[in-house]
Design a protein around this ligand. Sequence first.
Ligand code: COA
Length: 179
Amino acid sequence: MIVDLDPAKPELLEQAAALLVDRMPEGWPTRELAREHVREMLDPARIARGFVRGRQLLGWVGGQEHYTNHVWELHPLVVRADHERRGVGRALVLDLEQRVRDLGIHTMFVGSDDETGLTSLAGVDLYPDVVAHLARLRDLAGHPFGFYQRLGYSVIGVMPDANGFGKPDIYLAKRLTPP
Ligand SMILES: CC(C)(COP(=O)(O)OP(=O)(O)OC[C@H]1O[C@@H](n2cnc3c(N)ncnc32)[C@H](O)[C@@H]1OP(=O)(O)O)[C@@H](O)C(=O)NCCC(=O)NCCS
């Protein structure tokens, strides 16, 4: 079942923070930083949705406006390690997409970092022909860009060195409604 994450569900919020630290320690090295991010995502202008089974949070997704009235950003997305590849991530993304579509927004954007050398874009100098490197993008070890492509997202760009030299952020987007 997918539910709103909100302040009335502190047990779920604590699990949401724990998932960030467990699965994305580069972004959230401490539980306190993760708690702060979860709190930020509860802002009524944003969306935070959790995939729950019983009292357990199996994954969660957040969304926020990126370009006023036109584009939302999906961030973050995390699935419990012992429940990967069972459709939890897909269900969360589709749920968020529908909510954002219902707001009249036509595009979902996501930035997917490569801080650990999972793609051909890591550990190399992408300048000066950044786009040529992007055109040759390859997965080396299970980077999530392949997950987003399965869900209909297109690679639309890359920010070289977004997380330090050789650690880019790969940009993807999906059209939610026809032009
Ligand atoms: C990326 C992540 C959210 C995927 O969630 P998941 O629940 O395992 O994904 P699903 O089971 O819903 O997979 C949907 C499809 O994508 C595929 N897929 C999942 N992860 C993939 C990956 N890393 N590369 C390529 N394809 C992938 C699945 O095989 C499935 O394919 P199908 O269409 O043939 O059924 C999850 O692995 C995760 O939390 N990773 C760590 C945190 C992270 O990287 N978050 C994203 C930050 S941008």
